[in-house]
Ligand binder design. Sequence first.
Ligand code: 5GP
Ligand code: MN
Length: 364
Amino acid sequence: MDTVINAEKISQFDAMIGGAERVVIIGHYNPDGDCVGSVSALSSYLDGRSVGNVVVLPGPYPQFLSFLDSGHRIKAFSIKDASTGGQTVSADAEQAVKDADLMICLDHNTPGRTEGMEPLLREAPCSKVLIDHHPNPESSFYDLVFSDTEMSSASELLFWILMEMPDISSDIRRMELPTALSLCAGMLSDTNNFNNSVTPSTFRMSSLLMDRGVDFTLLNDLIFGRCSQDRMKLMGYMLSNMTIDPETASACMILTRKIQRKYNFVSGDSEGFVNLGLKIKGVEVSALFTEEADRVRVSLRSKGGIRVNRLSETFFHGGGHDKASGGKLTIPVTEVRDYYLSALRQFICDEGITFADASRPSGQ
Ligand code: 5GP
Ligand code: MN
């Protein structure tokens, strides 16, 4: 065992779970596959130990991840009110947080990533555990921290933690199949089907999960292979309208509300679009901007020297990983492209980043 997962921390975690009656499991704003996979895996593990638990996410998860919540047990804290268009807080979800005697937070590094839930989490008197793979966790907020940026996903980190728990004791056969499936789904989502952030440990986990009976072909289909026709057409539109800037070796896609309406956009439909820019030779940083009611959501990916978490912290009110980050803007969507390009130019200059000329995209 390494220092992130050591015997002392495992026995502390095991004792916290053993002593709890009402656990609340928390994920992040805009939940993705790793978030939903890791929270549902932990919930099914706690079910197996007969420990009462509730999962609360800041908002609804995309419909395509519903196979991870077949019992419809995941609660959204804030939901859109169809009549007013505003947000309504779920009293149930709020009460679950207030009643909890243990809080376990997954796939985010600070309560700030839960947006509107942040004050409630900060006021909660219960013990708190963090299981996450983002840099710079707000460790002082939690009583026990498992944080490892080397992990492909929070789901992979949770997998290795659960493997060390006394009831599993490194015997994969003792892991319940729903737990194994959810962990695998989370890892496959965050690595984009083994395309990024994988390490030997990710493959060891995969091998054990396959031994346990996880059907990778089925999961791959559930996560990546059940797109609506509207989503595929939207992808075509976005690719056709993507712009490339050779000077900054960057790609840019902007998904306006008008285009969302045209293609009957639902949450999850733009999943993976931001990665497409990086497929172009010479492109080192790719951005997707999505117009929302009160903000423009920012998604950034890099495959070169540009650390997009720093770019996001400096210019986009966000953060994340070196090669995958996000944030938000509150400027008109029509100004986003110019803002992005000037932010990039300044960042590249300030950080002294250079590109190999031979690999520059042509801009055509
Ligand atoms: P995505 O582009 O898939 O929404 O997010 C990519 C990564 O950036 C994820 O690891 C996510 O946790 C992180 N991220 C996304 N939005 C934000 C944000 O607003 N703030 C911070 N700190 N991280 C974000
Ligand atoms: Mn993650």
